[in-house]
Design a protein around this ligand. Structure first.
Ligand code: ATP
Length: 253
């Protein structure tokens, strides 16, 4: 379970996260939606113990991320928006490195590496340097490394980026199993159809604030709209702007 209370993050004069409160229950996939620069990645980095909040509280299974970020990192698997990987290692060397840092018993590590590598179909790249791999394959390496220690919580920042349809489906199925096992997932995406498909609840972030929260049906009701896209555009005050831009383009082109 993840409890976020009145979270604030400032970078100098920029308020990236401005008093966000939400809870992700055990066995729940929580989607974070919001326009570019609205504060999703910053929020997720704080949840993962990567970034310290300016103020507010984050508890992961009752552990305060400000007081014990190491414990939170042990419980959490985090996939950043841009994979941070060692370019000169091969995937297998990287998985072994992650295994030793996370102190995963040898046998368990081997078992999980084998299963996840097979699931994402990257067997043929295990001996290549990570720096030489395609974007999608690097994303798979990042995903696998985040799941090796069987975390109780997964923080996935646009994790479907670059995945082909087969791998995207496999990740979706894995997330369903994750939910079934009572774990918590925070999932950001710009692909609204994907959010609709996998998220139990969605929080809409705009200008660092959580402006709406609920199931897709609740959000549609709240915004009096029929599609999640219209809900999103209305809540983030983008719809009139989109119409204006399209109109101007039509007149010009
Ligand atoms: N390290 C940093 N230093 C200064 N400003 C930052 C830093 N990280 C993020 N910001 C700013 O904080 C705000 C929120 O950024 P964030 O990356 O959290 O947005 P986002 O919702 O994840 O955007 P996107 O959808 O484009 O990934 C932006 O104004 C961004 O420029």
């Amino acid at each position: 379970m993840i409890e976020v209370e009145n979270l604030v993050k400032r970078f100098g004069s920029t308020v990236a996260v401005n008093g966000i409160t939400f809870t992700v229950n055990d066995g729940e996939i929580y989607g974070l939606l919001g326009p570019n620069g609205s504060g999703k990645s910053t929020t997720m980095k704080i949840l993962a113990g990567i970034l310290a909040p300016t103020s507010g509280k984050v508890l992961v299974d009752g552990v305060d991320v400000s007081q014990d970020p190491l414990r939170v990192k042990e419980m959490t698997g985090y996939v950043p928006e841009t994979p941070v990987l060692y370019e000169s290692l091969t995937p297998i060397e990287f998985f072994n490195f992650v295994g030793s840092v996370r102190r995963i018993p040898e046998e368990k590590l081997q078992e999980r590496v084998d299963a996840l590598v097979k699931a994402f179909g990257i067997e043929e790249y295990l001996g290549e340097m990570i720096g030489s791999l395609s974007f999608g394959t690097r994303q798979k390496v990042s995903l696998i490394s985040a799941m090796l220690h069987d975390p109780a919580v997964l923080i996935l920042d646009e994790a479907m980026n670059g995945l082909d349809p087969k791998s995207a489906r496999i990740l979706r199925e894995l997330l369903m199993d994750f939910r079934e096992d009572g774990k918590s997932v925070v999932f950001s995406t710009h692909v609204l159809a994907l959010a609709e498909m996998i998220c139990d609840r969605i929080g809409v972030i705009y200008n660092g604030r959580l402006i709406a929260e609920g199931t897709v049906e609740q959000l549609k009701e709240f915004a009096h709209e029929e599609s999640l896209e219209d809900v999103f555009l209305k809540l983030t005050e983008s719809r009139d702007e989109v119409l204006g831009i399209v109109q101007a383009l039509r007149e010009t082109l």
